[in-house]
Design a protein around this ligand. Structure first.
Ligand SMILES: *[C@@H]1O[C@H](CO)[C@@H](O)[C@H](O)[C@H]1NC(C)=O
Ligand SMILES: *[C@@H]1O[C@H](CO)[C@@H](O)[C@H](O)[C@H]1NC(C)=O
Ligand SMILES: *[C@@H]1O[C@H](CO)[C@@H](O)[C@H](O)[C@H]1NC(C)=O
Ligand SMILES: *[C@@H]1O[C@H](CO)[C@@H](O)[C@H](O)[C@H]1NC(C)=O
Ligand SMILES: *[C@@H]1O[C@H](CO)[C@@H](O)[C@H](O)[C@H]1NC(C)=O
Ligand SMILES: *[C@@H]1O[C@H](CO)[C@@H](O)[C@H](O)[C@H]1NC(C)=O
Ligand SMILES: *[C@@H]1O[C@H](CO)[C@@H](O)[C@H](O)[C@H]1NC(C)=O
Ligand SMILES: *[C@@H]1O[C@H](CO)[C@@H](O)[C@H](O)[C@H]1NC(C)=O
Ligand SMILES: *[C@@H]1O[C@H](CO)[C@@H](O)[C@H](O)[C@H]1NC(C)=O
Ligand SMILES: *[C@@H]1O[C@H](CO)[C@@H](O)[C@H](O)[C@H]1NC(C)=O
Ligand SMILES: *[C@@H]1O[C@H](CO)[C@@H](O)[C@H](O)[C@H]1NC(C)=O
Length: 580
């Protein structure tokens, strides 16, 4: 028997014993067209800022809907696209077709810009430093430039340069916290954590599907953390729930947050091997990064490594948000891994262009590369700040003349939710771990910096409610856990561990593919599993130790003439995923 996890296990921080009035979400406004986002409909939902304290006042969520396309409509699936900080609006606008396809078109998809996201939801983007002070605030720090690092990071000059920044960043990150508390968002910062987002999800379902209805939910990436909290906070409300591209909620609840980067980035190396292998198989005619026909994956990696070496001395330094070339190239390589359907574009346009710009380096080249990346690469990134369609970015600029970019949403959410920071963790400790991650886990991407998890020691605000487990509740319905064999951002082992924790309450499916979450490479096998699950709750037999394995379809290509299944077979043969 499993114990029911519920309200009794919630950490309600800030409760001092006095009674507080519980608060509820309101009703949803009428759906209206929002033509700048295609066929989506938009509405607003009023929500309490603090569900345990009605006197804290209200916020308002922008809600979007993609109508079911099939003749017979069977229900509504709520979607959280992750990040944290990714816009539900832009995700439905860009990935709605792929999601609709997997469900046979019989469900409306409803998503929303969660608290902390975008210009339409309130509280929205988190601003701490006005734009015109941003460059000078970070001037001369590696926050602005990124880390100079090659190979396994043994160069003593580069290491000294890194560690000399530790006390600087201790100070800057502390100051950033103070600025947040002195800025326009000071009073709302505590209200944008994951527990509040879970309650928003429930409020949305109450308003759209009906009070006390079961809730059908698809969480992508960080949305799986929202999902894991949801099913355990509201076990009786669990309808059909899909956790896809899983972040291990038990790790988040038990680990100093800076250590989570180690879990995440290890997966990127295998995906990188896949990209290089596919490019080599495509050859120079179909992948410009391949130096010769019949070359190897290593030849492709060498081309990129040479570019990284060439970019090293071209340090810019003091002109944030212009980073050094090395950082831009590394970030572009990393971002390429998320969506394999874009690999041909990265291999033929984005990365060769970035390399050409570096080789051509002049005083202006870093800023021209930045402009190039911002205009061409950024719109393809599944990353929060760059994920908004241009239209929104423009509206956003018009709305907030002073605070427009540089939102701290991701830090605000992960640090509001994370375990209490160990007071002995300062930036030196974070760097010790980072150097080890670069040397032992991911020499290619470990040095991407900073990731939000690394800054929680200095974040000034905690969420008033945090769910910290246990995660093995007894749910009204069983859930479906999906992990990709070579997901670059959420390693399969995290999906397997969540499935283990959920036990017989879940089935585990391993999609044999690249990409972040199941939706960028098509598997008839996975789509059929999802359809059957939605239809009548049927789940395959896969367990954490013996997952149901689904290949992607034979006709899915990574480059012209290069089948994804063939590349996966090659990468799989080297058994990289067993490395940790
Ligand atoms: C649920 O998880 C908790 C905490 O990890 C553990 O102590 C408990 O034994 C688990 N219960 C079941 C039924 O597995
Ligand atoms: C979607 O459904 C809503 C009603 O919920 C309707 O008003 C809207 O026109 C529909 N949108 C499209 C593109 O059919
Ligand atoms: C509830 O919210 C009000 C308004 O922000 C605040 O003054 C009060 O301290 C809060 N109560 C608790 C117990 O947090
Ligand atoms: C979903 O996409 C696949 C691959 O593109 C296609 O074969 C299939 O017909 C689509 N299914 C639906 C229901 O649109
Ligand atoms: C921060 O302030 C901006 C500008 O006033 C506002 O648009 C945004 O919703 C606020 N975000 C939060 C978390 O309060
Ligand atoms: C950054 O600092 C350098 C050197 O102190 C100075 O020349 C430059 O103007 C500063 N840049 C900004 C944007 O503050
Ligand atoms: C170490 O890095 C510095 C600066 O990045 C460079 O000048 C030096 O040549 C490097 N040393 C070695 C041994 O590679
Ligand atoms: C929903 O559940 C609550 C609490 O159990 C109950 O008070 C309320 O009447 C229910 N509403 C409906 C419409 O069933
Ligand atoms: C590549 O390999 C094929 C088959 O082994 C061979 O026929 C072809 O000549 C090779 N091409 C080059 C450029 O080496
Ligand atoms: C390289 O530099 C030349 C001359 O400044 C310029 O015309 C060309 O566009 C540059 N190429 C790239 C890829 O930046
Ligand atoms: C950082 O923390 C470590 C270990 O807790 C300590 O030895 C070191 O002195 C601290 N560094 C600074 C700059 O405070």
């Amino acid at each position: 028997m499993k114990s029911k996890a519920g309200a009794a296990t919630l950490a309600v921080v800030g409760l001092t014993g006095q009674m507080m009035m519980a608060a509820r979400a309101g009703s949803i406004s009428a759906w209206a067209p929002c033509p700048q986002f295609g066929d989506l409909s938009c509405a607003y939902l009023d929500v309490p800022l603090d569900y345990h304290n009605a006197s804290a006042g209200n916020g308002q969520l922008l809600v979007v809907k993609a109508n079911a396309t099939a003749a017979e409509r069977k229900g509504t699936i709520f979607l959280n696209p992750g990040g944290p900080g990714v816009s539900g609006l832009s995700t439905l606008a860009t990935d709605g077709d792929a999601l609709m396809n997997r469900t046979g078109g019989a469900y409306d998809f409803v998503s929303w810009d969660p608290r902390g996201v975008g210009p339409y939801t309130y509280p929205g983007n988190v601003y701490c430093i006005p734009d015109d002070e941003f460059a000078s605030f970070w001037n001369g720090t590696i926050e602005g430039t990124g880390i100079n690092e090659l190979g396994d990071f043994t160069n003593q000059t580069d290491l000294r340069a890194l560690y000399s920044q530790a006390p600087v960043l201790d100070e800057k990150w502390r100051e950033l916290g103070e600025r947040c508390l002195a800025g326009p968002n000071a009073t709302t910062l505590g209200y944008i954590g994951t527990a509040a987002t879970v309650r928003d999800l429930v409020g949305l379902a109450d308003a759209i599907v009906g009070e006390n209805s079961t809730i059908d939910y698809w969480g992508l990436s960080y949305g799986t953390l929202v999902g894991a909290w949801f099913i355990n906070m509201f076990p009786d409300r669990v309808g059909r729930v899909i956790l896809d591209g899983v972040l291990d909620a038990t790790r988040v609840a038990s680990t100093q947050s800076y250590q989570l980067w180690r879990d995440q980035v290890g997966a990127a190396e295998d995906a990188y091997t896949g990209l290089a292998t596919a490019c080599a198989l495509a050859g120079p005619d179909n992948c410009k990064l391949a130096p010769s026909a019949n070359g190897t994956a290593q030849d492709v990696v060498d081309v990129l490594n040479d570019a990284i070496k060439a970019s090293l001395p071209r340090q810019l330094g003091h002109d944030h948000p212009v980073q050094n070339l090395l950082t831009i190239l590394r970030a572009t390589m990393y971002s390429s891994l998320y969506q394999p359907q874009l690999w041909a574009q990265y291999g033929n346009e984005l990365l060769p262009q970035a390399i050409a710009t570096i080789q051509n380096s002049t005083a202006d080249s870093a800023s021209s590369l930045t402009k190039y990346v911002v205009s061409t690469v950024a719109p393809t990134l599944p990353l929060p700040s760059s994920h908004l369609p241009n239209e929104i970015a423009i509206v956003q600029r018009r709305r907030d003349a002073v605070y427009t970019q540089n939102s701290y949403t991701e830090v605000a959410v992960v640090c509001a939710d994370s375990v209490d920071a160990d007071p002995s963790v300062n930036t030196t400790v974070v760097f010790d771990d980072l150097v080890d991650v670069i040397r032992t886990v991911s020499p290619s991407f470990g040095a991407l910096f900073p990731v939000p998890w690394q800054r929680c020691s200095y974040w000034p605000v905690r969420a008033p409610e945090r769910f910290q487990g246990p995660f093995n509740g007894t749910f009204a319905h069983r859930v479906l856990v999906i992990g990709n064999a070579y997901d670059n951002a959420t390693p399969f082992k995290e999906a397997a561990h969540m499935a283990e924790v959920l036990g017989d309450q879940a089935a585990l499916v391993k999609q044999n593919s690249f990409g972040h979450t199941s939706i960028y490479q098509y598997s008839t096998c996975v789509a059929d599993i999802i359809k059957a699950y939605l239809q009548d709750g049927t789940l395959p037999s896969g367990t954490s130790s013996n997952p149901t394995v689904c290949d992607i379809d034979d006709d899915v290509e990574l480059f012209p003439g290069v089948k994804a299944v063939d590349v996966i077979a090659q990468v799989g043969a080297t058994d990289l995923s067993a490395r940790d």
